[in-house]
Design a protein around this ligand. Structure first.
Ligand code: PLP
Length: 384
């Protein structure tokens, strides 16, 4: 029987969350775009330089807003990596787009940018890139292909807060970016998200789409004297209670990141001399990318080895988990896929395992987890 129990993830309070929620509740305005929402918007605009930042109820919603903003319609094609969360793709299917799935790179779960050009047709309207584990995709290459073909790039930056590509914040490079504050991300609000807008031309419409298709935001700023239905939209804004939780975390972004990076580095130090020797892969951070310590993962040699490792960890009380099942093989999409093999995506689906990483995880727990992994691999003679 395991005496320890280390969950995969644990949501946490950094300090002022409950005080700010109380303040929001007592302020007399808990609907969207109250005091704390505004504080969060200006935090993102100042700290990361986004032209406009708009809180949403989830990253999924920010992606759905992106599809509306880009006027994606029936018959348009959207290039998306197969190794990603459902929402990166589903948001565009909702608008009738045809998905064209791209493979991952060989040494990194991110989209293989060299493949993108061969997937472009005259109907391609958007390229969605996902910065997996908060590690930047090769954005110069991607932006270059996209601009030569006049195609919009949307960054799914759900995992990528406070991470950079050659010094530029992720979510600030494509025309639009989508962040998540789901309880499993670095900065949390329970459920929550953000749309970052990097081209002024989208700002006015984004405000309208987010407010049920009305020009309510302009009305509250006194720019129009009545508001009404001017566009197709939905309700994408969170209550100020969510923003209050979020703002308490944003204020402590640096401290949270320092702790996460310490945990990440401890995993790395403990495992780096043992696992590669056994053929087990560790995260690969290209020289253009920063590491925001969103995730620590390993890449096993095959599905069986991964299943064994997860089972050993589980019997020692450690919850390690695999990640995405390639979307081109999903029950919904399998019959719709054009049949191109996407071997790297499938390999990450079969072989990648994520280790616990959350703010309250102790150094001792990290050492304990690493020892179990090392013992397991030595006993099983991984790679031998
Ligand atoms: C978490 C995640 C999402 C979804 O975020 P929600 O806020 O839960 O909608 C989308 N894409 C990626 C890559 C994610 O990791």
């Amino acid at each position: 029987m395991a005496t320890k129990l280390i969950p995969f993830n644990k949501p946490y309070l950094h300090g002022r969350e409950l005080a700010y929620i109380a303040q929001a509740a007592l302020a007399g305005k808990v609907a969207g775009d109250g005091l704390f929402s505004k504080k969060c918007h200006s935090f993102f605009e100042r700290h990361f330089g986004f032209k406009r930042a708009l809180l949403t109820t989830s990253c999924t919603d920010a992606l759905e807003m992106s599809a509306l903003l880009l006027n994606i319609r029936e018959g348009d094609e959207v290039i998306v990596p197969s190794f990603t969360f459902v929402s990166s793709a589903n948001a565009f299917v909702l608008r009738g787009a045809k998905l064209v799935f791209a493979d991952s790179a060989i040494d990194n779960p991110n989209i293989d940018f060299q493949l993108i050009e061969s997937l472009i047709t005259p109907r391609t309207k958007a390229i969605v890139v996902v910065h997996y584990a908060g590690v930047a995709c090769d954005m110069d290459g991607i932006m270059d292909v996209a601009s030569r073909h006049n195609i919009a790039v949307v960054e799914d930056a759900a995992q990528a807060i406070d991470s950079y590509y050659k010094g530029r914040p992720l979510g600030g490079i494509g025309v639009l970016g989508a962040f998540s504050f789901h309880e499993t991300k670095n900065i949390i609000a329970g459920e929550g998200g953000l749309l970052s807008i990097n081209d002024e031309r989208y700002i006015a419409r984004a405000e309208i789409i987010r407010e049920k298709g009305t020009n309510r935001s302009a009305f509250f700023r006194g720019e129009v004297d009545k508001y009404g239905w001017v566009e197709v939209g939905s309700s994408f804004l969170p209550s100020d209670i969510v923003a209050a939780y979020l703002f308490a975390q944003l204020e402590n972004l640096d401290a949270i990141q320092v702790r996460r990076k310490t945990i990440w580095s401890r995993y790395w130090k403990n495992l780096k001399d043992v696992l590669p020797e056994m053929g087990i892969g560790m995260p690969n951070i290209p020289e253009w990318a920063t590491n925001n310590a969103h995730m620590f993962y390993l890449v096993c040699n095959d599905l069986r080895q991964r299943t064994d490792l997860i089972a050993t960890l589980k019997s020692a009380g450690v919850m390690a988990v695999f990640h995405y099942l390639s979307l081109h093989n999903s029950p919904y999409f399998k019959e719709r896929h054009d049949g191109r093999p996407l071997p790297n995506s499938d390999r990450f689906s079969d072989c990648l395992v994520r280790l616990p990483l959350y703010f309250d995880l102790s150094d001792d727990d990290v050492d304990y987890i690493c020892q179990i992994i090392i013992d397991h691999c030595k006993n099983k003679k991984c790679g031998a």
